[in-house]
Design a protein. Structure first.
Length: 232
């Protein structure tokens, strides 16, 4: 199923949402350039969120070498950058579709500045949860999934029965239907089974190959719902 739009009118233009979509697309195009030059694997393994590297740097700084805090700060930057990196065409398209449909309404509710902070904080918290869940993981974790899961959680908390204009693709037919917003919580996790389609070449082991990705996004959904609940 492909979400297209909702039936909630926005009072102002979702400027931040447009910028987030644009930045994600621009970074992905940059990734394609790096892949063409055989540099993508090095870049992702340097700047992607690798739990073992981050937890190792923190342990080293706490117990062995105070100067290692410089490395911790450097690795902490990957928590922010990792939100804007994607590992496949299906991942970037799926994430940006959800951002387009649900993000504009949440931005309208929270306001531009709070929405940006909400998106970035949810993404970083999701990555922290993933690190704490599996601190020895050596596979990079990347993607806007955490921030968008939080947006979805906030949207469904506020408008659980909002009608989402949806296209249901059936081989060569595309059937327009309307689906309640809460259904997309289930579809959000279901569609990620297809995120391997159109994967970029990221040696040596690829990205996001761990069950911690799922639990991090569950936390993100709950964060989004909690923020909207407090606002209500």
């Amino acid at each position: 199923m492909i979400p297209i739009s909702d039936n909630i009118r926005c009072r102002s233009k979702p400027i931040i949402n447009y910028w987030l979509i644009g930045i994600n697309l621009a970074v992905f195009l940059w990734e394609l350039k790096l892949e063409f030059n055989d540099e993508l694997g090095y870049f992702i393994n340097t700047w992607g969120v690798i739990p073992a590297q981050i937890s190792g740097a923190i342990t080293n700084a706490l117990f062995f070498n105070n100067a290692a805090w410089i490395i911790v700060i450097w690795r902490a930057f990957s928590l922010l950058l990792g939100i804007f990196l994607h590992g496949s065409f299906s991942q970037i398209l799926g994430n940006l579709l959800f951002l387009w449909v649900f993000g504009k309404t949440v931005e309208n509710l929270l306001g531009h500045k709070h929405y940006l902070g909400f998106y970035l904080a949810a993404g970083v918290i999701t990555e922290v949860v993933q690190i704490l869940t599996e601190p020895s993981l050596t596979v990079p974790l990347i993607g806007a999934n955490g921030g968008i899961a939080a947006i979805l959680g906030a949207y469904v908390m506020k408008f659980p029965k909002a009608k989402i204009d949806t296209i249901l693709p059936l081989i060569i037919l595309y059937i327009p239907i309307q689906v309640p917003a809460f259904f997309y919580i289930f579809w959000w996790f279901g569609q990620q089974l297809f995120y391997g389609i159109g994967s970029l070449n990221i040696p040596p082991v690829g990205v996001n190959q761990s069950g911690v990705v799922f639990w991090g996004q569950v936390v993100a959904l709950l964060i989004g719902a909690a923020v909207m609940r407090l606002k209500i």
